[in-house]
Design a protein around this ligand. Sequence first.
Ligand code: HEM
Length: 126
Amino acid sequence: MIDYQLLKLTHLTCVVLSITGFTLRAGLMLAGSSLLRRRWVRTLPHFVDSLLFFSGLGLAYNLHQYPGTSPWLTAKLMALVLYVVFGAVALRGCNLPRRLTALILAYASFAYIVHTAVTKNPIPWS
Ligand code: HEM
């Protein structure tokens, strides 16, 4: 059985790596850099995000909190889908206004995910 604190440390480290990596790639996108097409630049985020997801699953399993029965976790997973979709459009969308809009929405989704995780409340203003 993996130690809970180690799992949480892994999860939080991946949270920081995920948003830092996304911000760096968004910077490359805005600069029109060809680095964005490098294989390692495209594959490394998948590794971090998979670790983020599976460490999150491990935490949920340990806490006996499950999507569908735990409102904050359900909301968090729905926001995660939005973060992935907006993130993909921000980096690969067809024009700059669309990319910038998607970038703002991706950051908003990420902020909501963190807020929900910390407060364990799906409604931020309550
Ligand atoms: C972008 C994706 C994610 C972000 C930004 C994120 C962020 C966070 C943060 C900041 C915490 C710490 C909350 C605290 O200690 O107060 C946390 C905890 C947690 N996360 Fe995530 N998370 C993400 C994905 C996931 C996924 C996919 C799952 C489950 C499938 C998950 C399940 C959990 C659980 C159960 C906790 C509670 C740990 C505890 O209170 O001890 N997370 N998450």
